[in-house]
Design a protein. Structure first.
Lengths: 431, 466, 423
């Protein structure tokens, strides 16, 4: 019997990873990279994706070592509360600033193309309620909805890339840019990557069986391949005019316009961008909420939502609303944030893993000592955690009592499953 | 005693009470003329009793009545039995009371229901009489595991609701939950099974349909075989099935009675039709108001030419046409069929054609609305919901354009994803994706390859084909 | 009621929805269709104004072929020409919007027509406006013409309404089937900003009288027509109609650094195409050919397929470019001046003599093409990229050693080998 868990399963996690790794890299990034480093810029995403996969792998290691704990708990246990709070504040800052950049770029894109006469207000009116709804409904709803859109997205992107291949008509100059250009451009755009640290925030909610890790890695790999393909197609189609064409996925479709009967199919690339923007911003908001909860314990979910949206509104309305500024912001301000996912976090996680590895016997002893209590505790934590989430969810959706009853019924069923899972995990760790 | 019963029933006109003397004993009959079979009464009850020689006792009475449905009842049950259509017999020499069930009322014979018609397949539909419905179901499922349990709902109507399921297939917990919910319902009356729908739904305020409805025994039998529980409500030809997922309405019983590849095609067409119906008018208005530049030149020219004469703005125009269609639909539904024809002629020919010719409405808008309204009925069970969503998306399209439309779509699907009824995710098996259930999802495989029961909701026996 | 209000405030999305209706939907009730707020332009013409006009500071005159909606149910395409003047193209566009009272919508522009006079200037300066305008598709066709762009457009419009022949389709046809010259905004800019700095543009001439092109009778646009014209509107001779024709014979303008340097004829384009390897159609003609089969015949061969391979070697610091061409040809026409052929020519395999003759002819054309490029220092076939990508260091060194780095074609050595297959 399939247990429909409150948490994310491997497929949904994989699809969220796909959105995370793909969404903000297909619009302006290829063009900026080409401007910075010439044709060799196609290797920048490859390089940065390797780093990104390193992060995913680190998460995998951490998850297998600490299967039942949240990242916050681990940090607190090993480094103390202060470090934990600092890291989660950086998390908040990281996701907020990236959300601002993503919103800006998409806003400018649509403003230029299909919303000539409409202000920022309309955009925010569309985006804020929907990302809030997605984030508040929870990861599972988000994952499921993304799952529903996934086939559409993948078909359209494949179509875009195939059409893009027909548009290729130029020979690029190889090794035109210098190595320093390459390194500089890589560093400038490092902040476009590193989204996979979102995984650390949902460590306890992602339930991935041992064999299913390849699904998560697979989806990440697919998105990386697609991003690289888009970059390559773009680099080959707009070899010397990349600076005139800032919107990669849209521009590579523009050759379709020539086939008169079909009209402007390039609009479907816009549809994809819209879908991606919603999901990606929702994930950012969710990440912000999760880290907010770790920093300010036990607050209503309303506070992080309002904080996020307010800062978002203020920053967007008063500081950035044109492409130049957004690019400056993305290239000169944001890269410093890139230090977090690619330097601080790996070091922290590496230390954690080393600690775990170095003291296996001691740990075991502790385990043995506490085992009677601790295992029970984790059970309780799991169960009550589940319940709490359920209650939260009902609060959020303002449901009636029936729903709570239904949930608690389900919870009883879930208990069995959890017991099984915990039992299995225990045997795994014992092995 | 007779007087008190008469009083309780407010001297109803169809109440018959009669006292005859059989030997030394006074025998009283109480029954409702409207609910009992007069012929059986006179032949099987009245005749044997009046011809009886000697001292009549309750035991003898039960012997001589030519009926198999004779029972002894207590005094409190008299009223209930009378209302059910039984003849209650009172003897002056005994405290015991006998009831003979000779209920008879006019029922419709099973006929092909107007909804869910099939081209090739069983044509029988449920009737208002629950016993007929039970017999129809029994004919589909000759199994000792087929269980019918009765619950009475409604303080005034005391409507009989039959919970029916396949033992060993349906999930006990779901069953328990349904029974509990039914018992907890404190409503004065249940006139039709639809009264139960909102009372049983997990989210009664939601616009989503959360309980399955069907009018045909073959469909209900198939759903019960998948592990669902059916609720047969007396007086209603619509049988409810629980749990419900959206996919059920996408499937039609026709799909199983024809080639599976063709069925797959039809299901795709249904999905396209649903998209057209929900998003069509909204997208049209969004393109007109916000994004003229994504339209190809030729379409643009057509639209520009044909909307030149229209005195309204595009939004008012399309609202007007939508309203017109809705009114026509409502009229044609409510009027008797011979008048319905007249209205549709007036509606389609005169209003539509003349409206276009007079320049009040433009042909593209009429086409868009017509397509949306027709596409709606590829999935007739969801027509009400889709119509609502259609209006919502029309408003969104006119207010926010393409961005809003897609945002609305994401919102709506996320909302549907958050609905779980009796443990069944609303959009299963698409999200969450359940591989085994997708054999009967958008793609269909031959029935022989559907080896398991749906995993979208719980059931006790997975295998259906070994 | 109280409960309903409570419920209402508990569901924030409902609030959002109601807010949407209040803020936006009521506004939308009064919003006219965008089609009625924008002028849908399908072609843009740009002319340079004469010296007398420059007193007012206006430099450019733009003509916009604008779609005008007609209230009727049948499909009807009607266009009107709008022209305006301004110091820059964008200013002129703004004025055009003023003249018609609608915003100029460029998203459906199929072609941009440029007067030849204008092209003596730096073209990329004002084309910049067009390519930066994100509305405009980058595959918009660029056409240069010898008469004024306004004239060209009025002829084009007339043609369209008379026969629904679209001039932009002529250019597409040229690109796809005849000379392969892709004359769109994108390719022009790609060439101009690329390493060779060479951009190509199709040249279509407009002439009076009926000749070999497609013709249309037009009212002389300089004397009237465009009612919304911002400038002179002498309507004395507006009734005089004359026949004008559009002649597209594959002429191509070559730009270097955004300035016109060379006009190629169709034959020149064919020669360069032979080098580039994208030969579309046309023929190889061999005159006075005699072999076993033919006697003093003029043969025409049709090229079916061509593949070119470039190989670059640096010998003593000097690049040698090997062009390896394989051609698939078919004999399409024979003009016998002597006796008629002895056997059915359709069934004959080509003789070695014929193949040799073709090779000779092809090599001749190629060398002529290369000579043409060398003379004008325009690297149309983009040898630069091949040289650069084959050996960057050697090539850069070679360029350094040259007095004029632009003359690298002159100092490079070309060697061609041709193989011919018959179909």
């Amino acid at each position: 019997m399939r247990v429909l868990d409150k948490t994310l399963n491997a497929w949904q996690l994989g699809i969220l990873m796909f959105v995370l790794l793909f969404a903000n890299k297909i619009l302006v990034l290829p063009s900026l990279l080409y401007e910075g480093a010439g044709f060799e810029s196609i290797f920048i995403p490859v390089l940065l994706f390797l780093l990104e996969f390193g992060l995913v792998f680190l998460f995998y290691r951490l998850k297998t070592k600490f299967p039942n704990e949240t990242f916050a708990q681990i940090l607190k246990n090993h480094f103390g509360n202060v470090v934990k709070v600092i890291i989660f504040v950086i998390f908040m800052f990281f996701f907020l600033s990236k959300a601002v950049l993503l919103y800006n770029v998409t806003y400018i894109f649509f403003r230029n193309l299909i919303y000539k006469d409409y202000s920022n207000f309309l955009f925010l009116f569309c985006i804020i309620p929907i990302i809030t709804h997605l984030a508040v409904c929870g990861l599972r709803v988000m994952g499921r909805t993304a799952q529903l859109f996934f086939p559409v997205i993948i078909v359209i992107i494949a179509f875009c890339i195939v059409v893009g291949f027909f548009g290729i008509n130029s020979k690029p100059l190889l090794f035109e840019g210098s190595l320093s250009d390459f390194v500089l451009t890589t560093l400038k755009h490092v902040s476009s990557f590193g989204d996979s640290i979102f995984l650390f925030l949902i460590m306890d909610k992602a339930i991935v069986k041992k064999k299913q890790w390849k699904i998560v890695f697979g989806f990440s790999l697919i998105s990386a391949i697609l991003v690289v393909l888009v970059t390559v197609v773009f680099a080959l189609s707009y070899t010397y005019t990349a600076f005139l064409h800032p919107y990669a996925i849209f521009e590579i479709m523009s050759y379709v316009k020539e086939y008169g009967g079909l009209g402007r199919i390039d609009i479907i690339s816009m549809v994809v961008i819209i879908i991606f923007t919603y999901f990606h911003l929702a994930i950012y908001l969710k990440a912000f909420m999760l880290s907010f909860h770790e920093v300010f314990r036990k607050v209503n979910f309303v506070y992080p939502v309002i904080t996020f949206n307010l800062i978002f509104l203020v920053v967007i309305d008063f500081f950035i609303l044109n492409l130049e500024k957004a690019v400056v912001y993305g290239e000169n301000v944001l890269p410093y944030i890139g230090i977090f996912p690619f330097v601080i976090l790996p070091i922290a996680v590496g230390v954690l893993l080393l600690l775990k590895k170095r003291k296996p016997e001691k740990k075991d002893e502790n385990y043995m000592k506490k085992s009677g209590v601790e295992v029970d505790e984790t059970k309780k934590v799991q169960n009550s955690g589940g319940k709490k989430e359920n209650l939260k969810m009902t609060d959020m959706n303002t449901e009636n009592l029936n729903q709570v009853k239904a949930f608690s019924n389900e919870n009883k069923k879930d208990k069995k499953f959890l017991r099984k899972v915990i039992g299995r995990r225990e045997s795994e760790t014992a092995n | 005693m007779l007087q008190s019963i008469k009083k309780q029933l407010h001297n109803s006109v169809d109440l018959a009470d009669r006292v005859i003397k059989v030997g030394e004993v006074d025998v009283g009959f109480v029954y409702l003329k409207s609910m009992t079979d007069n012929l059986i009464f006179s032949q099987s009850i009245f005749e044997p009793i009046s011809n009886f020689q000697g001292e009549l006792s309750v035991e003898e009475l039960q012997q001589i009545i030519k009926s198999n449905d004779v029972s002894q009842i207590s005094e409190e049950e008299i009223l209930k039995n009378v209302l059910k259509g039984a003849v209650v017999i009172l003897l002056s020499n005994s405290e015991k009371i006998v009831a003979v069930d000779i209920m008879k009322y006019n029922t419709r014979a099973p006929s092909e229901p107007p909804t869910s018609a099939v081209i090739m397949g069983p044509r029988e539909g449920f009737t208002e009489d629950f016993q007929t419905n039970i017999s129809l179901l029994r004919r589909c499922l000759h199994s000792e595991k087929l269980v019918f349990e009765s619950v009475f709902v409604g303080i005034t109507t005391k409507t009989q609701v039959v919970v029916s399921y396949l033992d060993g297939v349906a999930d006990r917990k779901i069953l328990k939950e349904i029974k509990k919910k039914l018992e907890n319902i404190k409503i004065d009356g249940v006139v039709d099974s639809y009264y139960l729908v909102s009372l049983l739904s997990g989210r009664p305020n939601s616009i989503l349909k959360q309980i399955g409805t069907s009018e045909k025994p073959d469909i209900v039998a198939a759903k019960m075989l998948e592990g669902r529980v059916a609720l047969i409500v007396d007086n209603s030809p619509i049988v409810l099935t629980i749990p419900f997922v959206f996919l059920e309405d996408l499937q039609s019983s026709n799909d199983y009675y024809t080639n599976y590849v063709y069925s797959t095609l039809l299901r795709f067409i249904r999905v396209v039709a649903i998209l057209l119906a929900t998003l069509g008018p909204g997208t049209y208005i969004a393109l007109q108001l916000f994004h003229y530049n994504v339209l190809p030149l030729k379409y643009l020219i057509t639209i520009a030419n044909s909307t030149q004469q229209v005195p309204f703005t595009p939004f008012i125009e399309i609202l007007f046409i939508m309203l017109l269609f809705q009114i026509l639909y409502e009229v044609s539904l409510r009027l008797p069929s011979y008048l319905g024809l007249a209205t549709s002629v007036v509606g389609a020919l005169i209003l539509g054609d003349t409206g276009v010719k007079a320049g009040l409405i433009s042909p593209p808008a009429v086409i868009v609305v017509a397509i949306a309204k027709i596409a709606l009925y590829t999935v007739p069970e969801e027509a009400a919901q889709i119509t609502l969503v259609q209006y919502v998306f029309l408003l969104i399209g006119a207010s926010l354009g393409l961005l809003g439309l897609i945002g609305g779509m994401i919102y709506f699907l996320a909302y549907a994803n958050s609905v779980e009824n009796f443990g069944a995710p609303y959009l299963a098996p698409f999200s969450p994706f359940i591989k085994k259930d997708n054999k009967d999802g958008l793609f269909m495989v031959p029935v022989g390859s559907m080896k398991t029961r749906p995993h979208s909701f719980k059931n006790e026996n997975e295998d259906r084909l070994s | 009621m109280k409960l309903q209000i409570k419920h209402f405030f508990k569901t924030p999305m409902l609030l959002v929805f109601v807010a949407m209706i209040v803020i936006f939907a009521f506004g939308a009730l009064g919003t006219p269709a965008e089609i009625n707020r924008y002028a849908i332009v399908t072609a843009v013409g740009i002319d340079l104004l004469g010296d007398d006009e420059e007193v007012s500071g206006n430099k450019y005159e733009i003509s916009l072929l604008t779609f005008v909606p007609v209230a009727q149910q049948n499909f009807a395409e009607r266009y009107k020409m709008i022209s305006s003047k301004g110091r820059s193209v964008s200013e002129a566009m703004d004025f055009a919007g003023l003249h018609i009272g609608r915003e100029v919508g460029l998203s459906h522009v199929k072609m941009v027509v440029l007067n030849e006079e204008l092209l003596k200037d730096d073209v990329s300066n004002f084309l910049d406006y067009l390519i930066r305008s994100i509305q405009l598709s980058s595959s918009t066709k660029l056409i240069a013409t010898d008469s004024s762009a306004k004239d060209f457009l009025s002829v084009a419009q007339q043609l369209d309404s008379e026969s629904s022949i679209k001039v932009s389709e002529l250019i597409s046809y040229n690109k796809n089937y005849v000379y392969g010259t892709d004359s769109s905004l994108e390719t022009f800019f790609k060439g101009t900003y690329g390493p060779t700095k060479v951009g190509l543009m199709s040249f279509v001439s407009v002439e009076s009288g009926e000749g070999e092109g497609i013709s249309a009778s037009v009212i002389d646009s300089q004397n009237g027509g465009s009612g919304a014209s911002g400038g002179n509107s002498q309507s004395k001779e507006s009734s005089s109609s004359q026949t004008k024709e559009i002649i597209n014979d594959g002429e191509t303008l070559v730009f270097k650094d955004g300035k016109e340097v060379l006009k190629l004829t169709g034959a020149d384009v064919e020669k360069i195409n032979l080098i580039k390897g994208n030969y579309r159609t046309g023929a190889i003609e061999i005159k006075h050919f005699t072999d076993v089969v033919f006697n003093d015949a003029n043969l025409t061969f049709e090229i079916f397929d061509q593949t070119n391979n470039f190989k670059v070697k640096f010998e003593n610091g000097i690049p040698v470019i090997y062009i390896d061409t394989s051609l698939t040809v078919r004999l399409s026409e024979v003009e016998n001046s002597g006796e008629s052929p002895k056997e059915n020519i359709e069934l004959l395999a080509m003789t070695d003599e014929a193949i040799d003759a073709i090779i000779k002819e092809v090599k001749l054309s190629m060398s002529e093409g290369i000579e043409l490029m060398r003379e004008n220092q325009v690297d149309i076939a983009d040898f630069y990229t091949s040289l650069y990508n084959s050996n960057r260091k050697a090539f850069l060194k070679f360029l350094e050693e040259l007095e004029d780095p632009e003359s690298y074609l002159t100092h490079a050595v070309f060697k061609a080998s041709v193989r011919v297959y018959s179909k």
